[in-house]
Each structure stands twice: as C-alpha cells, then as structure tokens.
Design a protein around this ligand. Structure first.
Ligand code: ZN
Ligand code: ZN
Length: 250
C-alpha cells in the first residue's frame, strides 16, 4: 500500500499546504481520497495519469474535500480521444448519490461519456471487501454524513479520519493502525467542536495503539505552533506533521 499526501491544508490558502487530497495505491489500483481543490493538478506532479485513477472515496460533502470531482471527470472525458478509458468508481457518504445527481443536472454534458461508466456508490455498510484488500467505514463527529476510513491490505492498516472531533468510532477505525492520518485543524489553544487538535488526535492514537500518526488538515495558524510537542503530551509513539507530496509505504 502506498499513500501520498497531495494536500495537507484546508479550504484556506497557504504557502505550503494545498487543500485536502490523498493518493492511495492499494490492490494494484490507483485511487484518490477526498479530492479537494488542486488535487487534479497535483496528480501531474506525482506523475499519475488521470486515466489511471480507478476509484475515488469521499468522507463528506464539504467543498475542501470534494471540489475537484467535477474537474477530474471533465479531464477524464476530454482525454477519451487520446487514450483508452476505464470505468471509474465513486464511493461516498450517505446522500452521495443525490449529491452527484445534482451536480449532473448542471455538468452532465461535460462529465458523462459514452465510452466508460461512472459507478456511483454510497456507503451503506460498515465494511467492503475487495479482491485483496478491505475498507471499513464508520460515522465520525463532524457534519451529519461524515465518515472515516480504515484500509487493510496484507495485514497493514491505514486509517484516514476525514474531518472529525474526538470519537470512539475513530479510535476503533485507528485500532493498531500502522499509519493513521488524522486531521488536526487547530493548535490546542484554539480548538473547536467538530475538529481535532494535537491532544485530541494524540488521545485517539494512544487509545488505539497507532504505530505512526500523521497530523493533517492543518489551518495555516498550526504552523505557528509546535503541534508535535502538544501531541506528544498524550501520545508517546511516532508522530509527524503532514507535508504535501510526502509518501508512505506500508
Ligand atoms: Zn469538513
Ligand atoms: Zn475539511
């Protein structure tokens, strides 16, 4: 399994951090998680072609996690004359089918092709098994539809929080994870409801026995604080701040 952080920031512009976007290679396939604004063009930077992306997962509907869905499908459709196109699978939060239908009512001529299918799926179970890997999904504490993810391949576990406050489900999703990429929107002194802070993320990692914790979804103010030190007060394991284009191999 391979993960590349395409954007470790939020909706707010930052010199060093793009909007959320995560590249995932699992089961021999290339995928995206939460393609926020800029994700499409960052694929160019990491040398992944748009036509190679087989699947996209969406944790919730907020714009910083979904904004590049239409640009991705538009790019895919415009490629059709130049290369063979495979079907693409979209998996999203509860209400995703209706969300996609509404987008289609505006963009359909520009994103729907006769040459390949777009399969739109909503998470309606807590686990999906694929050929050589699996995905667990649980509701997390953010917006009404928000979920977090736990990917497993060859006994290696990768957890992604999406956006969330501290919750038991996130501890469950992170249980014994080799890598947990958890959101950490604000430094401890500026913490708010529905988002994690270094201590809240550290508490989840500590309770779950996470092997490596990466803090992401960082508002620009986070870079003025030592959030690693704040996190280490409650989590003795390995922790680092996410960096755009950093990759992890499990
Ligand atoms: Zn959000
Ligand atoms: Zn967000």
């Amino acid at each position: 399994m391979k993960i590349i952080i395409l954007g470790s920031g939020t909706c707010i512009p930052s010199k060093k951090r793009g909007s959320p976007g995560y590249y995932l290679e699992i089961g021999g396939q290339k995928m995206l998680i939460d393609p926020g604004s800029g994700t499409l063009h960052r694929l160019g930077v990491i040398d992944v072609k748009i036509e190679e992306i087989s699947t996209i997962f969406f944790s919730h509907s907020h714009v910083d996690h979904t904004a590049d869905l239409i640009p991705i499908l538009f790019a895919k459709k415009n490629l059709h004359e130049f290369s063979r196109q495979d079907d693409i699978y979209l998996y999203g939060f509860k209400g995703f089918k209706n969300y996609f239908k509404k987008l289609c009512s505006i963009y359909e001529p520009w994103i729907i092709s006769q040459d390949y299918n777009i399969f739109v799926n909503e998470f309606n179970t807590e686990a999906i098994s694929f050929k050589n890997w699996s995905l667990s999904i649980k509701k997390v504490e953010h917006s009404q539809e928000s979920v977090g993810f736990r990917f497993i391949e060859n006994s290696k576990i990768f957890t992604f929080s999406g956006d969330s406050d501290y919750c038991k489900n996130l501890v469950e999703l992170s249980r014994d994870a080799d890598l947990a990429i958890l959101e950490c929107s604000f430094p401890e002194s500026m913490g708010c409801q529905n988002h994690l802070t270094p201590v809240k993320a550290g508490k989840i990692a500590s309770e779950a026995g996470v092997k490596k914790l990466v803090l992401t979804h960082l508002y620009p103010i986070c870079d003025s604080f030592n959030i690693i030190e704040e996190c280490k007060k409650v989590f003795p394991g390995k922790v680092e701040v996410a960096e755009d284009f950093k990759s992890y191999h499990l």
